[in-house]
Design a protein around this ligand. Structure first.
Ligand code: PBG
Length: 327
């Protein structure tokens, strides 16, 4: 073909691995990755999670070891979830200094707390006997303001246990402000809040409920988590409220199905934006790969790069240690 003007040839920059590497716009770094971990009270052996092959519920010891491995791989942070032996309507184990999560925080901070950021999920669903994220009214609704008091106490207990950041995930109105005030009042003004700001009532959380043993015993979370079909403005409203209440970093969750929300957060937010690649996103890839239907490693990297390109500064992913090792 003889063109009258030079043909545009974007392919020139794709010709070799070195060329592609040099011009790649999206680079993952191990420090961007945050590993979610589960610790269960009373276990003798780590317990595999059936719907998340490769993920376990840890014992106190195996948690320490896995935290050490993550730190050695250069992972940026850990977020811990605890499963207590005894659950009740108030989720009493969540703010008990000797509760499973608070003990685990102390263990892990002692082990790796200088090498990466150790944080706690601040919620009640792992701790309540009904699996809900808060205190219930007699009719079974989640009572927003009664739940806020519990979140405040839990965040303070987590900070006292050494948590270097707290991450409220319950989607109660006002949770960031109440937790900020409680932390400040208890002498923890330096503990930042990573707010789960846009969190959807998502089917992608399915496998997590096995891992954290927190499936609601009745009903669901759609009176507090966002409707997946809700407008983008609703997510932005949650973002603005959390920033006004003092969020130090904000999160979108799940990740891959909500790249538009991540990108809108990046445009609007003046604090770091995190995205949570959740249990169902993990399980989909692992299940398809186990069947030989997809290239597991390429799919993992492609999904992480897409989440980063959409605007996430930080990514919570169950593959954090494995991916960090390969970077
Ligand atoms: C609530 C919480 C959930 C997840 C993180 N924090 C469950 C829920 O809201 O139902 C889900 C994480 C995942 O699916 O990987 N404590």
């Amino acid at each position: 073909m003889s063109a009258q003007f030079p043909v545009a040839r974007p392919r020139r920059l794709r010709r070799s691995p070195a060329m592609r590497r040099m011009v790649s716009g999206t680079r993952l770094h191990a420090a961007d990755l945050i590993l979610p971990m589960f610790v269960k009270e009373g276990l003798d052996e780590p317990q595999p999670v059936a719907s998340m092959p490769g993920v376990v519920q840890h014992t106190r010891d195996s948690l320490r070891k896995a935290a050490h491995d993550a730190a050695e791989a250069g992972v940026g942070g850990l977020i811990l979830f605890g499963i207590p032996a005894v659950k009740d309507a108030r989720g009493s184990a969540a703010d008990d200094p000797d509760g499973v999560l608070n003990r685990a925080l102390r263990d892990v901070v002692a082990e790796v707390g200088d090498a990466l950021v150790v944080m706690a999920d601040t919620c009640l669903d792992e701790f309540t006997d009904n699996g809900h994220c808060g205190i219930l009214t007699p009719s079974g609704d989640v009572d927003n303001d009664a739940t806020l008091e519990r979140y405040a106490a839990i965040a303070v207990a987590q900070a006292e246990a050494g948590s270097q950041m707290v991450a409220p995930s319950g989607m109660m109105d006002g949770q960031v402000g109440v937790i900020r005030a409680a932390l400040d009042g208890a002498g923890h003004a330096n503990v930042p809040i990573l707010a789960y700001s846009a969190k959807y009532a998502s089917a992608f959380f399915g496998p997590f409920r096995d891992a954290a043993e927190c499936a609601p015993q009745f009903g669901d979370r759609s009176t507090h988590q966002q409707d997946p079909a809700g407008p983008l403005e609703e997510a932005l409203r949650e973002l603005r409220l959390d920033l006004a209440e003092g969020a130090d970093a904000v999160m979108v969750k799940p990740a891959l199905a909500y790249l538009d929300v991540i990108s809108a957060f990046r445009a609007e937010s003046d604090v770091p934006v995190a995205a949570y690649q959740v249990s169902g996103e993990y399980a989909m890839v692992e299940a398809a790969a186990a069947n030989g239907w997809v290239d597991r490693e390429r799919m993992i990297m492609e999904s992480l790069v897409a989440i980063k390109r959409a605007g996430a500064d930080l990514i919570l992913t169950y593959w954090a240690t494995e991916v960090a090792r390969g970077l």
